[in-house]
Design a protein around this ligand. Structure first.
Ligand SMILES: Cc1ncc(COP(=O)(O)O)c(C=O)c1O
Length: 430
């Protein structure tokens, strides 16, 4: 029996008019990025050769709120924002738990994941600053697809270096990126120095996000006057853009008179979890609410937060980008070719790493088989297929709900369902 209509949770709310920047509210100052490679070029000048200047400003700003440009906000509405907050009644029932499980469903966005929330502003600023080619890396293709769509909305084509293992297994996303005019290149490739070097030693290298980033950066450095490098995670400004998720969720919970006790998200570079959780952290800092328990879920095969070190490291494999302080397994780590390819990154965003270090975010790691079983249960119960990445968060929510059942606690759990898995044709293949 359906207890409530989903409409309860989707009460009309506005798309936010600003993004929330956590920097001034962090318990300690964010350790600044450092560039050990080239002491002669200032860090900012180095970044200016790669990124649109508006995004560099956003990376380092201490302003708490950044207005969302009108053009970007309008596109947010066109691509599906606000996204629904859905209560997973049938999953709760199949677990027999007294816990309430809600998910913020970013998979309804036009590209199928949360990545479009930052792809649109990144493409917008690049277009406004006159660049004619957007360059990036992608794992599962969610980011590459989002950027290809956003670029084509502004008439700017994308070049996407896609980790080779995913290029082979996620055929649909490659096809969809190309339909949007993107050039998709399996990484390591033979069109960059970095890629050629790797292929010489290992012609079948499966690739990694770290290598793909190095290739993308090298590609931009060849023509900095017309190309910009646009990353899908890790940078603080990416998280800033993703805070639309949490800002909406707060309003949606307010409308139904509920509040989460636990917030759960998977972590690649950390942007979907942070985008959901940081606005709730603001509510806590401003004394309006308790701090929910925030849980970051990673793959046990890329255990940067659970088994990595907290130290300075480059976000890319070859050290072309400035080092940031983060939890990392090291940039030379060779991640196995898991289906949740968006989690195959060796580090975590600096602000999220700091919050983990300070004990404000907990970490959990799961193996691929348990994650796939959780996805199947969610799919059978809810009729919604979560992306392999998001399924890590689903499994953590199931574990929390079962623990609540053991304790007889009616807690409220919120998951970021960062994407759908309909194009992850390899997911259930074992
Ligand atoms: C659906 C989905 N969720 C999560 C992630 C992980 O990235 P982040 O931690 O930045 O959200 C990815 C990355 O590609 C993704 O495609």
């Amino acid at each position: 029996m359906v207890q409530h209509s989903r409409i309860d949770e989707n009460t009309d709310i506005e798309v936010p008019r600003y993004w929330y920047n956590i920097a001034p509210d962090l318990p300690k100052p964010l350790p600044p990025p450092i560039d050990p490679l080239d002491a002669d070029i200032s860090l900012i000048n180095r970044l200016r050769e790669l990124l649109p200047s508006e995004l560099i400003d956003q990376e380092f700003t201490f302003e708490r709120y950044i207005g969302i440009p009108k053009e970007v906000r309008e596109l947010y509405i066109e691509i599906g924002r606000p996204t629904p907050l859905v209560r997973a009644y049938k999953l709760e029932k199949s677990l027999g738990t007294p816990a309430k499980i809600y998910y913020k469903f970013e998979g309804v966005l036009a590209s199928g994941s949360h990545k479009l929330n930052t792809a649109i502003p990144q493409a917008y600023y690049s277009y406004r600053e006159g660049y004619s080619e957007l360059v990036t890396e992608t794992g599962a293709g969610q980011w590459g697809l989002a950027l290809s769509i956003a670029g084509s909305l502004f008439g700017v084509p994308s070049t996407v270096f896609m980790t080779r293992s995913s290029y082979i297994s996620k055929v649909k996303r490659v096809e969809l990126m190309r339909k949007h005019g993107a050039t998709v290149i399996p990484s390591p490739s033979n069109i960059t120095r970095v890629g050629r070097g790797i292929l010489e030693d290992e012609p079948d290298h499966p690739g990694s996000l770290g290598i793909a980033i190095s290739e993308a950066v090298e590609w931009v450095m060849e023509k900095p006057e017309s190309r910009r490098y646009l990353p899908g995670s890790v940078m603080e400004y990416v998280i800033l853009h993703q805070t639309v998720i949490g800002l909406e969720a707060i309003e949606q919970f307010r409308a139904i008179g509920e509040y989460p006790d636990k917030i759960i998200g998977c972590v690649g570079g950390g942007s979907n979890l942070s985008g959901l959780a940081y606005p709730f952290y603001r509510e806590y800092v401003e004394g309006r609410a308790k701090l929910p328990e925030i849980i970051a879920v990673e793959s046990s095969l890329i255990p940067k937060a659970s088994r990595g070190e907290y130290r300075y490291e480059h976000p890319d494999a070859y050290g072309a980008l400035p080092m940031i302080k983060m939890y990392t397994v090291g940039r030379h780590y060779k991640p196995p070719a898991i289906k949740a390819a968006g989690l195959r990154f060796h580090g975590l965003a600096s602000s999220l790493s700091l919050l983990i270090r300070e004990g404000l975010v907990r970490v959990r790691a799961y193996d691929p088989d348990s994650v796939r079983e959780a996805a199947e249960l969610f799919y059978r119960s809810e009729g919604v297929l979560p992306a392999p990445e998001s399924s890590h968060a689903v499994l953590a929510a199931i574990d929390e709900a079962l623990e609540a059942k053991r304790r007889g606690e009616g807690i409220t759990i919120l998951i970021n369902l960062s994407g759908h898995g309909l194009y992850d044709e390899d997911f259930f293949r074992g």
